[in-house]
Design a protein around this ligand. Sequence first.
Ligand code: KIV
Length: 289
Amino acid sequence: MSQQSTSQPAQITVPKIFQRKFNRDKITCLTAYDFSMARIVDEAGIDIILVGDSVGMVQLGYDSTLPVGMEEMLMHVRAVRRGVGRALLVADMPYGSFQVSEEEAVRNALRFVKEGGAEAVKLEGGVKRASLVNRLMDAEVPVMGHVGLTPQSLLNFGGFKVQGQTEAAGERILEDALALDAAGVFSIVLEGIPRDLAQRITAAVKAPTIGIGAGPDCDGQVLVLNDLLGLNSGRVPKFVRQYAHLRESAASAISEFIEDVKNSRFPSDQESYHSETPHGNRIQSISNA
Ligand code: KIV
């Protein structure tokens, strides 16, 4: 069996993520959907890269995550796999891939591991998914749970609305988290719930909680990469902190290119290749500086 090379940073594994809660060492998680961004996120030192079904909204232009299919997800998971060396790679199970039957759900989860190179899957839902989590554990597929504002429940929720704001609704989300915890998930995403409820759940479950719009008391935090980088237009939810404004930077770089081409400022002579001189220039490689 090959040993880890000394130059490579130690890989993040499912047991290491689970252990973090006991060490009170916060977990960082970001989404990624393609090779180049995955490499940047991985090299920056993130713990978990989630190929979220949010890809449907931020990369594919759908209005919700509901249209995203298995083949689309697999393509993105494979691309991200090629860019990730250290982080734990989690594939999000899209709407329709785990609701029809447990057999089909296990088959689809195994595809993410075997064909996509994922090291775990994430699925939305609590009490009603506990038995499926058991089946996936039997199939040796680690599972990340997801409760609260689960975007695949959009039709039942009637929109992207904060969940668990009444006592009864909060109790139901706590029960969901407890059921997943008992079934053996290695972490639970808490999305769009009040801070005090997230704190209660975090204290009640063994698995680390990873919050998004759930306040600072979770065991870790996750954001959609495009939100963090300011890549998409439109309203930014209250819980997002934009660490960059790449949409503006990209737009101004592209405008500059357009202006330079129109005014014959690009390409310059230095950015052009030249014919061989009588003294015999060497053949230039296409990437020659
Ligand atoms: O699809 C996604 O990106 C997610 C995260 C927001 C947790 O589910």
